[in-house]
Design a protein around this ligand. Structure first.
Ligand SMILES: [Zn+2]
Length: 191
């Protein structure tokens, strides 16, 4: 069971790129701020780029942002455990699921359902993991900002996906995943 959950501890923690602030993609580093949270930084740097002339598609691709809802968004996990490993989370910086207003909590699950449909369409997996680590003690890599991990799974995939010294076997790059996810959501008419 460790294999299912442990890798998520490392999500985003490995963004130890000293040239940019955590969560800010290199190509969006014109944003001057730092909110002290990788997810808040990600959204702020995307919004700043769009407000300053970048097309939303370009800025969102740079940040791995797949879909914006009213309260929540879907983005790529920068250190995926499997192809199609994405996250659904609120825009609001909240550290407890119970702190999420009802409307936002409902949208979170709504987006999770849509994510399942999109992942099904793209990867035809045999199953899915949907999971949330709330709090550092529970293994949250970013404990201050709740996020729901979603990923497709196949029977036996832990055999070759298992982390070996932090090195993971990944059959697909993030740019490809982003393009496929955007296309799938467009096809499902759920944007
Ligand atoms: Zn945050």
């Amino acid at each position: 069971m460790d294999h299912f959950w442990t890798p998520w501890r490392f999500a985003y923690v490995s963004t130890a790129d000293t040239s940019v602030r955590p969560g800010v993609p290199a190509s969006l580093s014109a944003w001057p701020g730092d909110l002290g949270c990788v997810f808040c930084n990600l959204i702020a740097s995307i919004d700043f780029a769009i407000a300053n002339g970048k097309s939303s598609a370009e800025a969102e691709e740079a940040g791995g942002l797949i879909l914006r809802g009213k309260h929540c968004f879907i983005c790529l996990n920068a250190f995926p455990y499997t192809s199609g490993h994405v996250m659904v989370m609120p825009f609001a910086h909240l550290d407890r699921l119970a702190a999420l207003p009802t409307e936002a909590a409902h949208e979170l699950i709504d987006l999770a359902q849509r994510t399942e449909q999109a992942l099904q369409r793209i990867y035809t997996p045999q199953g899915f993991n949907f999971g949330m680590n709330v709090g550092q003690a529970a293994g949250a890599g970013v404990a201050g900002h709740i996020h729901l991990h979603a990923m497709p799974r196949w029977t036996g995939d832990t055999n070759f996906m298992t982390t070996i010294g932090e090195t993971r076997v990944l059959p697909e790059d993030l740019e490809t995943t982003w393009k496929r996810m955007r296309a799938a959501f467009a096809e499902l008419e759920i944007r």
